[in-house]
Write a protein that binds this ligand. Structure first.
Ligand SMILES: *[C@@H]1O[C@H](CO)[C@@H](O)[C@H](O)[C@H]1NC(C)=O
Ligand SMILES: *[C@@H]1O[C@H](CO)[C@@H](O)[C@H](O)[C@H]1NC(C)=O
Ligand SMILES: *[C@@H]1O[C@H](CO)[C@@H](O)[C@H](O)[C@H]1NC(C)=O
Length: 295
């Protein structure tokens, strides 16, 4: 498709953003400070930046009885790979939720797309739960939960979302844990229209997060801290002569990168706690969502 065709003008900023980002990423790593790429969104007085001896800048979110805090990326994209390193609240994190998610700017509820990774805290010595969800056009109900195979509060781990016209892949340290395919051709909703930012937040959710809400946040342990660093975003690069990735066929083999099917299968066999697609009882009235049924 020629760059001047009508459909290519629908997302003109994507190409510009891709160009700017490529230019930024060519700079030496030490200059890519986190505060250049993200900004506080709420609870600004509970957000701080620290640069370590290695020159890498870390953002700390804090939560106390008054409130939590959240940040967002300055850039937003239609189709990109987002990576960020995260170290979660240590010891007694019961009641806390630490998040990484992709979200659009304020849109009407029926236009809201969202790709969520939420880490539900626990009492000391008990494991975190990773809660994931995907909203398209305001509708979520696509929860999958995982038990992590490491202590996410001990070290930084890399959490990623690859979002391209073929699929959405969630990854941990490069290992895929969840794939949501673009099957729009058979009526499965898939986000293609709205630019998404990466947000991160730390907040109190002790009404539901830990052991179903039975365990409350222990405020004598506050303030709680979660740490983020090494945010990278790689916008999808359109093929030559095409204005945006969305103009290309979703099944184009070049979008099929980064998916190690054997690794995905292994992680899911060993670490999946809950999958809405297996919850027949929940969907007994209307049947399982379309993406859960083979075609
Ligand atoms: C967690 O507990 C360990 C061992 O008691 C302690 O050294 C560490 O400072 C605690 N971390 C936080 C964030 O409270
Ligand atoms: C917390 O620990 C309990 C006991 O091991 C476990 O059942 C639960 O799934 C864990 N996670 C959350 C978020 O409650
Ligand atoms: C809350 O934390 C304090 C300080 O560590 C501890 O003494 C107390 O037992 C904790 N409360 C609960 C309900 O776990």
């Amino acid at each position: 498709m020629a760059a001047s065709s009508p459909s290519s003008s629908s997302h003109p900023m994507v190409a510009v953003a891709a160009f700017l980002l490529t230019a930024t990423m060519a700079a030496p790593a030490a200059e890519a400070l986190l505060h250049d790429d993200v900004e506080p969104m709420w609870g600004e007085d509970h957000i701080s930046f620290h640069t370590g001896g290695d020159g890498v800048e870390t953002l700390a979110l804090s939560l106390d009885k008054d409130h939590g805090s959240g940040f967002r990326s300055k850039g937003s994209y239609i189709f990109a790979r987002y990576d960020i390193d995260l170290k979660l609240v240590a010891n007694d994190s019961a009641g806390t939720v630490t998040t990484v998610y992709l979200t659009p700017d304020l849109v009407p509820p029926e236009d809201h797309d969202e790709i969520d990774m939420e880490f539900l805290g626990n009492v000391t010595g008990e494991p975190y739960t990773l809660h994931t969800n995907i909203f398209v056009n305001g509708v979520g109900n696509r929860e999958q939960q995982f038990r992590l195979w490491f202590d996410p509060s001990k070290d930084f781990h890399t959490y990623s979302v690859e979002w391209n016209p073929m699929h959405i892949i969630m990854l941990i340290d490069g290992t895929p844990i969840r794939v949501y395919k673009n099957e729009a051709s058979r009526g499965v909703p898939f986000p293609t229209l709205r630019r998404l930012r990466l947000d991160g937040s730390l907040w109190n959710a002790d009404d539901w997060a830990t052991q179903g809400g039975r365990v409350k946040t222990n405020w004598t342990q506050a303030p709680f801290h979660a740490y983020y660093r090494n945010f990278r975003v790689t916008p999808c690069t359109p093929s030559p002569g095409v204005a945006s990735c969305g103009d290309e066929p979703p099944e184009s083999p070049r979008f099929d990168k980064g998916l190690d099917a054997a690794a995905l299968q292994k992680v899911r066999a060993e670490h999946l706690l809950y999958d809405y697609c297996e919850d027949e009882n929940r969907f007994k009235d209307d049947g399982l969502p379309k993406e859960c049924t083979a075609h």
